[in-house]
Each structure stands twice: as C-alpha cells, then as structure tokens.
Write a protein that binds this ligand. Structure first.
Ligand SMILES: [Zn+2]
Length: 96
C-alpha cells in the first residue's frame, strides 16, 4: 500500500460520514475531504497531506502516518502528537 493510502486509512473515521470521502483531522478536529489531497493554491486551507505523528521523518512504519490538513501539519511544526492522536482515536466522532 502506498503511504498516501496508509495515512488516509489511519485518519479517524467520522461515524456519520462516508469514510472513503471524509475523515477527521486529529489536530483541529474538523473534517478532511479526500478530494482535496495535497496542498495547492486553490485549497491552501483544506488540502491534506501526510503527517509523521511522532515527527520522526524516517519513522515510516504504517502506524506513524496519518492524513491531516496541510495547514495543521505546517502549524504542528516539531511537536510529537502521539498522545493527541491516541486520545482522538479513542473517541467516537460525529460531525454535522
Ligand atoms: Zn486540521
């Protein structure tokens, strides 16, 4: 599986949304749309890319990769969000 697919599959499911189209950004707790993958001038604020949850770029084991908003990933900077991800994963998410 490609890293992109792994990262999307690790992103948290929103119970009332199609998981192939929408997932939760575990950083800002709003939805990501699969169709807005990567950043571009057209979708700077809602595109998504691959986060290394523990910030170790060489740690490409599948559980360390997660789709997040491009902007959230950029703002995250050099912080290890392992616990933040685990906490979000343990909750049930619905978004209206
Ligand atoms: Zn976000």
């Amino acid at each position: 599986m490609s890293k992109e697919i792994v990262a999307w599959e690790n992103a948290i499911i929103i119970n009332n949304k199609n998981k192939n189209q929408f997932r939760l950004c575990y950083i800002c707790k709003t939805e990501m749309n699969h169709g807005t993958k990567w950043n571009s001038d057209l979708n700077q604020h809602n595109g998504w890319n691959i986060d290394h949850i523990d910030v170790n770029e060489s740690n490409d084991i599948s559980k360390n990769l997660c789709a997040v908003h491009y902007e959230c990933n950029w703002k995250k900077g050099n912080k290890d969000y392992t616990q933040l991800y685990k906490d979000a994963k343990n909750l049930n998410w619905t978004i209206e």
